[in-house]
Design a protein around this ligand. Structure first.
Ligand SMILES: O=C(O)CCC(=O)C(=O)O
Ligand SMILES: [Fe+2]
Length: 255
């Protein structure tokens, strides 16, 4: 297997983001961009505990099992993972949606602090979720679904991202041909942006808390809803419900 590792571009200038990266379909780290989000200063353990009290989000265990855990217990676990033992290995909170909120006011409160800090121009259909886990938790190579743009704001801790351009037709873990892997080391306050269809794999180096966002234009969201209706995926119903909620934002966010 021949791979080439290249450090991903990292910029501090937010004007450069649109001109040189977003418009050109290039991934990038924007250092410090996550600091501009309300979440960066406001989301202490105490705030999360109070705001999300009573929720039991879905978590992923190291052995691949899924489960639910009271959010208060998960916050304690994240602060001192070694104090807990689970026969299923480490616990990763992934894809915990705060937008769409499906009517949960606790999630809506958090979502208000979690908007994309580099937004410019017209309305986007978007969804936002939380990722939190101790050192060693990870996400395997994948492409985000429905060819949306992806961003992740690192609120706490450090992650290593590996990226690969979309133009390969198998997951990079199976790639035999030449493949250029871009690596990025994210620390608290950084934001990473990925254009649609870029492959990525992520490893937490320390306990982390991050906000992950996906967005597309509303026309693409309508097409995705139509596609979901004809899909035979087991996630079909979830996606119909999700896109319906995302499209309902349109009336709310238009001037
Ligand atoms: O941080 C992670 O573990 C994965 C994040 C991810 O895949 C995403 O934001 O799309
Ligand atoms: Fe992803």
């Amino acid at each position: 297997m021949t791979t080439h590792n290249t450090k991903l571009a990292c910029i501090a200038d937010q004007d450069e983001f649109y001109e040189d990266f977003f418009m050109k379909g290039r991934p990038v780290v924007v250092a410090g961009a996550a600091r501009r989000m309300g979440a960066f200063s406001r989301w202490t353990d105490m705030h999360l505990r109070t705001t999300l009290a009573g929720l039991r989000p879905m978590v992923r265990f190291e052995d691949g099992r899924l489960g639910r855990i009271p959010v208060e217990s998960f916050i304690d676990y994240l602060a001192a993972p070694d104090m807990f033992s689970s026969s299923h290995g480490s616990i990763y909170l992934t894809d915990f949606y705060i937008k769409p909120s499906f009517g949960d006011s606790r999630c809506e409160t958090l979502a208000a602090d979690a908007t994309f800090p580099l937004r410019r121009g017209g309305p986007f259909a978007e969804w936002i979720s939380l990722y939190a886990g101790p050192a060693g938790t990870s996400t395997a190579w994948h492409q985000d679904i429905f060819s949306t743009h992806t961003w992740l704001a690192q609120l706490r801790g450090e992650k290593i991202w590996r990226l690969c351009a979309p133009d390969i037709d198998v997951s990079p873990s199976e790639v035999v041909a030449d493949c250029e892997i871009y690596e990025a080391f994210l620390t608290a306050g950084d934001l990473i942006y990925l254009p649609p269809d870029w492959w990525h794999q992520v490893q937490n180096q320390t306990s982390t808390l991050a906000i992950s966002g996906n967005f597309c234009c509303f026309a693409d969201a309508e097409a995705a809803l139509a596609e979901a209706r004809f899909s035979d995926s087991p996630r079909r119903d979830v996606w119909i419900r999700t896109w319906t909620e995302i499209l309902a934002q349109k009336s709310g966010s238009m001037p």
